[in-house]
Design a protein around this ligand. Structure first.
Ligand SMILES: [Zn+2]
Length: 457
């Protein structure tokens, strides 16, 4: 993975998100999908999925072929603007559709794709991602390339769309997906659940969780200009008590982050607790998915709950324009853990920063956090050093300017994308009043040099 062309903070890069060398083949610059309408039928016992995806898109270039990502599932019928295309082919994780006539630049077009198969995860640099069967149900971990395991998509964080997701599964199971539940009906042995996502969402943040879940309302938040946000947990009935205890600070966490980062970006928030233990929790837009092992009162569980929640602001609403900028998700969410620690009296952010710095100082200094390369983009050092970079900014400009910058970043880039250069530029504006402050000088050593800078005092 070439790391020679990364953007220095503050310097305007060419800002071309695609093609993305971190996820070759995923994401196409030639068109944007405005809306996905997915209708899915799932048979749990046989792990069978049949789907119909309708995509409303606009061509950015003249398109002779429309390329989508679809992994492990077979497209059975494709239509472009209601007509049979000249050619459809599928190879590896690509579905290539050649319309009978090229689509002109700027033209809107509709795709309808029927597809089916036995969905399964894809294996790659980051282990298995995507559709995953649980002991009794299913989940989808979309990051970074798991989305095509359950629907055809323009698979890149820079490609945000609205969604409608309708899924029918066995009766007695609850289907949880992103956004607002807008419909539910039961017919014989099948139940159908419909969700709408009105805020633009990157495909990797779309998810489907199916299981025997009971919904609990954890509370409602109305804080700091946020519209009222309903906070739910979806839990297996046997874990109800443990979940109520383990998740009892979620509402306070939202209140704190809304105060520090700006209004909660969505209408509701649901923590899904799976009956299986999970190695790591997963973020999705308006949802977090945690394992039964993540709802203890220990700091390690609570920090992860804070971390996943913080991704609603940084990751889901403000999304990295390229995977290279992943520290904008992970560094920020890790710093949110420390802010929660400070707020809840479990150790100041400075103490957490010092702990993280000590850990890092014992590790190899061979990573560029602002351009880690595909293999290391989820390396713990991206998280911790990213958080330390923010701590360094806070130390340099003071709390007032620092939190104003975070909130400005959250609001200016709300439901959009951002790069490191965008953040540095914003810091320059907000931090300009601090004597001698230069965002670029401050962030550069943390993000674009290998040697660990000294602990910010
Ligand atoms: Zn994270």
């Amino acid at each position: 993975m070439s790391q020679t062309t990364h953007a220095r903070p503050g310097k305007k890069s060419k800002d071309e998100a695609l093609p993305d060398p971190y996820t070759p083949g995923h994401g196409q610059a030639g068109y944007v999908v405005a809306h996905y309408d997915l209708e899915l039928a799932i048979r749990l016992a046989s792990n069978r999925l049949s789907g119909r995806a309708r995509l409303r898109s606009t061509a950015r270039d003249r398109l002779e072929t429309v390329v989508l990502s679809l992994a492990g599932l077979r497209a059975t019928k494709v239509q472009v603007n209601g007509a049979k295309p000249a050619k459809t082919s599928q190879r590896a994780d690509e579905l290539r559709i050649t319309p009978s006539a090229p689509i002109a630049k700027g033209q809107d077009f509709h795709l309808e794709i029927r597809y089916e198969g036995n969905p399964e995860p894809v294996d790659g640099l980051w282990g298995e991602v995507g559709w995953e069967e649980l002991s009794d149900g299913v989940l989808v971990s979309g990051q970074p390339v798991g989305a095509p395991t359950w629907f055809p998509c323009n698979d890149h964080p820079s490609q945000k769309s609205t969604f409608r997701i309708t899924a029918t599964a066995d009766a007695g199971y609850r289907v949880v997906s992103n956004g607002l539940l807008v419909g539910h009906r039961r017919k014989a042995s099948r139940e159908t659940w419909a969700y709408e996502v009105h805020e633009p969402m990157a495909p990797y943040l779309a998810t489907l969780v199916i299981g025997r879940y009971q919904f609990l309302e954890l509370g409602r938040v109305r804080a700091h200009g946020s519209p009222a946000v309903s906070v739910f947990a979806a839990v297996p009935p046997a874990l109800r008590g443990a979940a109520l205890t383990g998740l009892r600070d979620q509402v306070r966490m939202i209140e704190l982050f809304a105060e520090l980062f700006g209004p909660y970006p969505f209408r509701d928030y649901t923590v899904v607790v799976t009956d299986d233990p999970l190695e790591i929790p997963l973020e999705a837009q308006t949802l977090s998915i945690v394992g039964r092992n993540h709802i203890t009162r220990s700091w390690d569980s609570q920090r992860l709950l804070a971390h996943e929640l913080a991704h609603q602001w940084f990751g889901n609403s403000v999304t990295a324009r390229r995977w290279e900028d992943i520290w904008l998700h992970e560094g920020f969410a890790c710093y949110a853990e420390w802010l929660w620690s400070e707020h809840s009296g479990q150790g100041t952010a400075a103490a957490r920063a010092a702990d993280a710095w000590r850990l890092l100082s014992a590790q190899k200094e061979d990573i560029l956090v602002g351009a880690p390369g595909a293999e290391l983009m989820f390396d713990d050092r991206v998280y911790k050093r990213g958080a330390l970079a923010l701590h360094a900014v806070r130390r340099a400009v003071g709390d007032d300017r620092f939190f104003r910058a975070l909130a400005a970043f959250g609001s200016e880039r709300r439901h959009g994308n951002a790069t490191t250069a965008d953040f540095t530029e914003l810091l320059g504006r907000v931090g300009a009043g601090a004597r001698g402050f230069r965002g670029e000088d401050l962030l550069g050593p943390w993000l674009f040099e290998r040697a660990l800078p000294p602990l910010p005092r």
